[in-house]
Design a protein around this ligand. Structure first.
Ligand SMILES: [Zn+2]
Length: 263
């Protein structure tokens, strides 16, 4: 019986039965949407700390076997990460309270790379969202909306990526993202699950009032920042799984995001 179970589990690794429907994982390409965390990870210039990995053990033990373990320290907001609603809304959900339905959902990708190539302070507009819907169909409730600016190509060159890399100074940042009108349409009218972007913030770099963060947080809509590989996703049809470290009381957290893209 036990062996039978193991054989069944082994056989089901590449295909999962969900509610009577077969999810055939071999029919999907799995795309990594996260940057790795390491010495070159890009952080906001005012972040007092960065990601640190400290080796506690690495090598052969007295018992003759190999053993490795580390301690990590990291700001919540750096590298590919989640913004929990409480980041910009008192009483908003903290990281561990975000419903999984907002983190695992169908995604659309709005491509503004052409605009961003001409204007590094570009903000996606309401018209960009409406043009997407005209071309690819309506953005429905519970969708994860990803904005593709092409900025990931600058990673991890902080100066090119953020527009300025002066330590302790965030006043001269310059990179594209969502604009408030697009955010209002998506969050307030479409009822989307989450906003994500391949730059450092769901507000553009020059923002001083973080309107998009506040619009999203007010409706308990989380943000995914510093995503990558959005050029490998179709405008519609991918399933995104964006699972942050489940930090109790967190205002965000490191995020491992992947997409299942039909082959
Ligand atoms: Zn953040």
């Amino acid at each position: 019986m036990r062996l039978g179970w193991l054989v069944a589990i082994a056989a089901s690794v590449a295909s999962v039965t969900v509610a009577g429907q077969q999810l055939d994982l071999s029919a999907y390409a799995i795309v990594d949407l996260s940057h790795a965390y390491g010495p070159s990870t890009v952080f906001w210039p005012t972040s007092p700390t960065k990601f640190e990995l400290e080796k506690l053990a690495y090598g052969k033990t007295e018992g003759g076997y190999f053993y490795a373990a580390n301690t990590v320290r990291t700001p919540e907001h750096g590298g590919t990460h989640l913004d929990a609603p409480i980041h910009f809304s008192e009483g908003g959900r903290t990281t561990e309270q975000i419903p999984l339905e907002q983190l695992i959902a169908p995604a659309v990708v709005i491509d503004v790379t052409a605009h961003a190539a001409k204007d590094r302070d570009y903000r996606a507009t309401r018209e960009d969202v409406l043009a997407f819907e005209k071309a690819h169909g309506p953005i429905t409730r519970g969708t994860i909306v990803l904005l593709r600016t092409g900025w990931s190509r600058h990673w991890p060159n902080a100066r090119a990526y953020l527009g300025d890399d002066t330590p302790g100074d965030a006043s001269k940042l310059s990179f594209p993202s969502f604009g408030p009108d697009a955010a209002r349409l998506l969050v307030d009218e479409r009822g989307i699950a989450a906003l994500g972007v391949d730059t450092a913030s769901i507000d553009f770099g020059r923002s001083t009032d973080f309107q998009v963060h506040r619009i999203a947080a007010a409706r308990n809509v989380p943000g995914f920042e510093n995503l990558t590989n959005l050029d490998r996703l179709p405008p519609r049809g991918a399933l995104v799984v964006a699972l942050p470290m489940k930090i109790e009381g967190g205002s965000g957290g490191p995020l491992r995001a992947v997409a299942l893209v039909p082959k």
